[in-house]
Design a protein. Structure first.
Length: 257
């Protein structure tokens, strides 16, 4: 059974959009989806997610500030329930304040990189994914496209990987503080032949010959190429990474020089 919110979103998509909007410093989108969780009766879940975000995505000791706002909400909520008032839920302003603080905080994924890139490199494998989601229904505030990563069904259908997640979310942090494990991230980037955000030279779309999928191939200014098709992603050990799509791009670039 898929849990839904009051405006027709799938709960897991809302949670994904909330966390990724905070990473990008987008208080409007993050706040909208936090309040959507609140009004849908998932308030405790929203607070747990914000506490996790404070550790996974933010620099410094902001977790304590989020915890203080949570404690304040508990006081208001407890008093409201004790009074047996059947009116509108109270205390969502504390959730909103926590979202704003997290959006404004300097971003660092050091804690997550420590677990995934330093201690447990095998976490980059994609054979264990906990959730299976379909594309969210669009309503007044659409689920951002960046919410669909390897943790969502649609993201996996698009070929999103754990490596994409680590690199994309690192590049998206705003504002980003220098991290202890930035070098590990760049080593991962070099290993897969990816390039930092904003360095693409040429991008083209290619339809799959065997399905309705559309693949995106990119030639980067540093000479690297990338594509989200299986031929580019999955290569034998020792083989050169590439595909017909990136070959087409490189040929196009050579013709224009």
């Amino acid at each position: 059974m898929k849990l839904m919110t009051i405006r027709g979103y799938r709960l897991s998509d809302v949670v994904s959009a909330l966390q990724k909007a905070i990473r990008r410093g987008d208080a409007r989108v993050a706040g909208y989806f936090a309040i959507e969780m609140f009004e849908s009766g998932f308030t405790a879940y929203a607070w747990r997610r914000l506490l996790t975000v404070s550790a996974e995505d933010c620099a410094g000791v902001i977790t304590q500030e989020v915890k203080a706002l949570y404690d304040a909400w508990v006081i208001i909520d407890t008093a409201h329930k004790a009074a047996k008032v059947q009116k509108k839920k109270r205390g969502r302003v504390f959730l909103a304040k926590a979202v704003i603080l997290l959006c404004l905080a300097k971003k660092s994924r050091d804690a997550d990189h420590l677990t995934n890139l330093v201690y447990d490199p095998k976490a980059l494998d994609e054979d264990v994914i906990d959730r299976a989601l379909d594309e969210a229904r669009r309503t007044s505030e659409p689920i951002p496209d960046y919410a669909y990563d390897c943790h969502t069904g649609l993201g996996r259908k698009r070929g999103k990987t754990r490596t994409d997640f680590l690199l994309d979310e690192y590049d998206a942090l705003a504002p980003r503080a220098p991290g202890l494990f930035d070098a590990d991230v760049e080593q991962l980037r070099a290993k897969v032949g990816a390039a930092p955000a904003g360095t693409s030279t040429l991008t083209r779309k290619f339809p799959s010959k065997s399905s309705s999928r559309i693949y995106t191939a990119t030639a980067h200014s540093n000479g690297a190429t990338s594509c989200d098709c299986p031929a580019w992603r999955y290569v034998k050990a020792g083989a050169k990474r590439g595909c017909a799509h990136t070959d087409t791009l490189l040929a196009e670039l050579r013709r224009t020089k």
